[in-house]
Design a protein around this ligand. Sequence first.
Ligand SMILES: [Zn+2]
Ligand SMILES: [Zn+2]
Length: 278
Amino acid sequence: MSKKKPRPTPVPAEPIPGLVDAHTHLASCGARTKEDVGAFVARALEAGVERICTVGDGLEEAEYALQAAHLNDRVFAACAIHPTRAQELDDAARARLTEMARDERCVAVGETGIDTYWLTHDADGTAPLEVQEEAFRWHIDLAVESGKALMIHNREGDAEMMRILADAPRPEHVILHCFSSPLDVAREAIERGYVLSFAGNVTFKRNEELRQAAALAPAGQLLVETDAPYMTPEPFRGAKNEPALIGHTAKVLADARGMEVADVAREIGETFSRVYGV
Ligand SMILES: [Zn+2]
Ligand SMILES: [Zn+2]
């Protein structure tokens, strides 16, 4: 047995001006007060990360996300009930999420979608597939109605997600957050005009196919995100993630596309502005 190497403390990449974090969870990172949100934003800004979309994946977390977006002008919110918790989407949750989607600081309805991974790993604690589908369709309708971007979580649910998206009403902007699907799904998604948002797992050595997908996405259909506190990029995989660390992922995207990281950051910044309407 080899001894486990000590894990290095994560440090941001060289500052890359104009960077954004299209999907993170500030409340799950521990930032719930104005001061804590401000501290995360300050560290992100030092690394060039100028705008952040923070996601609430349950009603309580969505309240925190929206609050953070009102407390800090660098922060925007996405609100929804996560697919694994789709059974929480009762009438009261629907009413509140509908209000939230109308809030000008809420820029996306998400994360919603399909997660069959947790269905097989925690069947008791995870919403059944038919409940997930019903909630997904409700969130799609909310995105269409509110004009906000639809932000999708998909874990081992490619076929279901693509089928539901194809026969549901079409929101103006569809974002596949933490894109982790095979190349054929990437091609189909790009053809349909969806935006692929890449997280730290695009930096993992074995995920060459994800880097190929990142190279395929045209300008305007590519975003970068941390999904913090999870999905920490190499070389800090396993440590706690935060928006300030996104430069490592942006660099890998730039390499995959054969571009300068500053140019990729600018392109992605423009896409952030367009899909989130900010
Ligand atoms: Zn997700
Ligand atoms: Zn997430």
